[in-house]
Design a protein around this ligand. Structure first.
Ligand SMILES: [Zn+2]
Ligand SMILES: [Zn+2]
Length: 366
């Protein structure tokens, strides 16, 4: 029997051009499955890795947002991680995180998003079978959750929000949701910001104002439910943006501010936009180290809450499919995918993202 080979896009070191390696993928054993990748989301985090803004443990296959067809089931596998029967040919969605279920976070806190051992599948040596997604074939080991994408749900509607929708679903859960009629400001309109807009709209928010850019992303934000947008290209001064938000809210600010900008200065600006009694949800600063001024007295005297949220848990992937399934006809979710690249064009995909040309880019490996 000839061994299946899989091309994969490897970041050897930060700043180096992406290399395409072709290495063997063994047959699925035990609780593993082999998946033929249909679409891999190109995420800002991939770009951060390529620039060296997030530490790289060694040569790494890029991509952590995947939709693929089940190619082969290991002998111990008959269902996805919600107990749905799966067979070769079915579409599944995954992010390559695998909680260890034997640590304080997993077991005592019951919060697998804080598991310190979450990423062994993602950071394994690049010549081993990848669970990462910039590859022709991925191997999902036992314990790495994946869920079936039902027929009739366009895969684009799921991968458009790659890791962003589960991240935002987790964040909204930690926030305690948006109440009917509440005013929301979303900082940033990449996929995380767009997911925040959609979920706020579905929750019945009143005004949803997005601060971000460029215009193509703001236009999409409007189609997903934003009621107003502020283009940071046209309003580069944060005082100007502050004045616009205050003018639109009778000087109150927003009851919920959601940071999805990924840039440290967004925090200070966002804190100023929170209304008295309001909540600030910080989701986008995962790879933005640094410190920033904060006036604790205002947190105290204005009854503010600041809520952080990192990554997601497997249930949020399942919920992300449910959102795509129920909303893709009402909202142009699939159209969020604006650019498609082949695996060989992974470098160009990251560069296009870096220039903010894309709303959402995907790699189509095969
Ligand atoms: Zn991502
Ligand atoms: Zn753990």
């Amino acid at each position: 029997m000839t061994m299946r080979m899989a091309k994969r896009a490897v970041l050897v070191e930060p700043g180096a051009p992406i290399e395409i390696w072709d290495c063997p993928v063994p047959p699925a054993s035990g609780g593993d499955i082999v998946v033929a990748v249909e679409m891999a989301g190109v995420c800002g985090t991939d770009h951060h890795y390529s620039l060296g803004e997030v530490e790289l443990p060694g040569p790494m296959v890029l991509g952590h947002e995947g939709i693929g067809r089940v190619e082969e089931l290991g002998p111990d596998v008959s269902t996805d991680y919600a107990g749905e029967k799966i067979e070769p040919g079915d579409l599944v969605y995954w992010v390559p995180l695998r909680p260890c279920h034997r640590c304080h976070a997993c077991t005592v806190l019951e919060d697998t998003s804080l598991c310190p051992n979450l990423s062994p599948g993602r950071f394994r040596a690049a010549e081993l079978p990848p669970s990462a997604t910039y590859t022709e074939f991925a191997v999902l080991p036992a314990g790495m959750a994946y869920f079936r994408v039902p027929p009739g749900t366009p895969p684009e509607a799921v991968i458009a929000f790659g890791c962003a929708m589960p991240t935002m679903l987790h964040a909204m859960e930690r926030l305690g949701g948006v109440e009917y009629g509440q005013s929301v400001v979303v900082q940033g309109c990449g996929p995380v910001g767009l997911a925040a807009v959609l979920l706020s709209r579905l929750a019945g928010a009143g005004d949803i104002t997005v601060i971000g850019g460029p215009p193509a992303r703001l236009k999409m934000a409007e189609r997903l439910g934003a009621t107003a947008t502020i283009d940071i290209g046209a309003a580069p001064d944060s005082e100007e943006r502050f004045a616009a938000i205050m003018a639109a809210s009778a000087n109150r600010g927003a009851e919920v501010v959601i940071e999805a900008a990924g840039k440290l200065p967004a925090f200070e600006e966002g804190m100023r936009l929170v209304a008295r009694g309001g909540r600030y949800l910080v989701v986008g600063l995962w790879s933005a180290p640094g410190s920033t001024p904060l006036e604790p007295r205002r947190v105290n005297n204005a009854n503010l809450r600041i809520i952080g949220s990192a990554l997601s848990r497997p249930k949020h992937l399942h919920q992300a499919i449910a959102v795509a399934r129920s909303c893709h006809q009402r909202f142009p979710l699939a159209e969020v995918v604006s650019h498609r690249f082949s695996l060989d064009q992974s470098q160009q995909a990251l560069e296009a993202l870096g220039r903010l040309e894309t709303v959402k880019a995907v790699i189509v490996p095969r």
